[in-house]
Design a protein around this ligand. Structure first.
Ligand code: FAD
Length: 469
């Protein structure tokens, strides 16, 4: 493996010349906020942070780093949950925060051309003003960047009806590790021209190149929606209800699962009095339908209510107005924060075919009992995507960083057995790479490493993320 060089004063001077002196940080205090993301308690200080704002600057920085063998870490909003934006080898961290312009909202073609440092919610709001919709909406949408979403192939509550980021990306401008600039595709809805480089880059976690411009497909904004919160007396029944709803012919625009602890903790954390959780309730499903015809949506809601009735439920809360909807969504979106505030935890981003959710949940709890950990589960149930938050609680250091690894391995082996995989939307990054062997055989891993080698022969870009090579 190539050995990296340390960043020198001459390198810093060269970076200042490229990006402007005020956009290069080399002091520990200034760089400290770039030393972590939202992943557990990891901390890696880069040697220098640079904030370019043109493709040409990124290209010159990459050329310099490639020639000088300096490790490079691209960074978006820093909300990642697998450590992808952490400068594990020190070196140069490229923050994309100044790439924050929406270049063009193309209403004729229902497309938007944007820079990667635009905050996801800001892009959604900008297109919404034109009656258009960009559905992928990670719960972190108020702080994460579109570029980070592309690198992680992010999802979110709307994915169940509208798909994830990959379903909206048409074309990408990208700077390769050697500084060359390419476009990966074309601004078209169909493309059968050669290998699909665009989709290769989506979800590649900043290991193949730095995305500097993005063309996204948009759809018309649905005019209205309805929301309900369904309490279940058994968490497994809540999971079983999920696939029953789809089998009955409904496709909700969101279907989120929250175990009792998740909703209780977030209610306390944000000090909400919006809901009362009855003593015998073990889990909730938050279910939304959207469309253009209120009467059709009402029928769908009634139909879904009819389906869930068979699963031992409490009283359904139908959101009456925009304010109540907003409050229920606020609770759901802030669950992760509430769990984090409650305890040190490790989050596993399991995903299985949705009908297997009850088996997965049961298995997670059984494994937890054997290894002595408590877990709080929630997630995008309609996608079969269950976030398993393992709570540190009273686990010793030896249990937390030792035997627990085996427990997590068992969870992932179960996921694989059920036809699923170890990350639905958070990526592999640093924290899940030691489990990749559960999912991929040697041949597949080798193919991925060869792809990385072709894009980045000196292995300078986000080395050590997804796999070691
Ligand atoms: C409270 C909370 C809720 C969340 N909810 C969801 C959710 O519902 N759904 C979901 O999918 N995720 C969710 N996440 C995870 C996270 O927000 C997403 O992974 C998000 O896409 C990360 O974007 P970011 O801009 O913060 O990227 P960062 O964390 O900065 O970086 C993520 C990866 O992208 C790479 N990268 C960033 N910009 C570029 C670029 N321009 N070119 C190449 N590589 C780049 C980085 O190197 C890194 O590997 C949540 C996180 C939190 C903290």
């Amino acid at each position: 493996m190539t050995t990296f060089n340390k960043v020198t004063a001459a390198h810093i001077a060269a970076l200042r010349e490229i990006a402007g002196a005020q956009y290069v940080l080399a002091d520990e205090e200034g760089m400290s906020r770039y030393a972590q993301d939202e992943t557990e308690d990891l901390h890696y200080l880069p040697e220098v942070v640079v904030k370019p704002d043109t493709t040409e600057q990124v290209s010159r920085i990459m050329r310099l780093c490639n020639e000088e063998l300096l490790p490079v870490t691209p960074r978006g909003g820093g909300t990642g949950l697998s450590g992808g934006a952490l400068a594990q080898y020190g070196g140069v961290l490229i923050s994309m925060e100044r790439f924050n312009r929406i270049t063009l909202i193309d209403e004729r073609n229902l497309q938007v051309i944007t820079e990667p440092g635009v905050i996801t919610e800001e892009l959604q709001n900008a297109v919404k003003e034109r009656g258009l919709f960009y559905p992928p909406d990670p719960s972190s949408r108020g702080t994460c960047f579109i570029g980070g979403n592309i690198a992680e192939n992010s999802g979110g509550p709307k994915a169940v009806k509208y798909g994830v980021v990959k379903d909206y990306v048409l074309n990408l401008e990208m700077v390769l590790p050697n500084g060359e600039v390419i476009w990966t595709g074309a601004n078209v809805l169909k493309n059968a021209t050669g290998y699909n480089l665009t989709q290769l880059v989506v979800g590649s976690e900043g290991t193949l190149g730095i995305v500097t411009k993005i063309v996204l497909r948009l759809i018309p904004l649905p005019k209205t929606d309805l929301l309900m919160l369904v309490p279940f007396r058994s968490a497994e029944s809540a999971c079983a209800a999920v696939s029953a709803i789809f089998r009955a012919g409904y496709t909700p625009s969101a279907m989120e699962f929250m175990e009792r602890d998740a909703l209780e903790w977030v209610t306390q954390y944000v000090q909400s009095s919006a809901i009362k959780i009855e003593d015998d309730v073990q889990a909730h499903l938050l279910i939304e339908v959207d469309g253009n015809h209120p009467e059709v949506l009402m029928q769908e809601m009634e139909g879904i209510a009819g389906v869930v009735e068979a699963f031992d439920i409490g009283e359904i809360l139908f959101a009456e107005d925009a304010q109540q909807k907003e409050e229920l969504w606020r609770l759901r979106r802030r669950v992760a924060e509430a769990v984090k505030a409650n305890s040190v935890y490790k989050e596993e981003d399991t995903v299985v075919p949705r009908a297997e959710l009850p088996v997965l949940l049961k298995g997670v709890k059984e494994i937890g009992q054997r290894y002595g950990f408590h877990s709080v589960c929630y997630g995008h149930a309609g996608d079969g995507n269950l976030h398993v938050n393992i709570i540190r609680g009273t686990l010793t250091e030896e249990q937390w960083n030792g035997t627990l690894t085996e427990g997590i391995r068992e969870i992932f082996q179960l996921v694989k057995k059920l036809g699923g995989t170890i990350s639905g939307e958070h990526g592999i990054g640093l924290v899940q790479k030691s489990y990749m062997d559960i999912i991929f055989d040697q041949t597949s891993m080798q193919l991925m490493k060869q792809i990385k080698q072709i894009f980045d022969p000196k292995n300078i870009l986000n080395r050590g993320k997804i796999f070691d090579c």
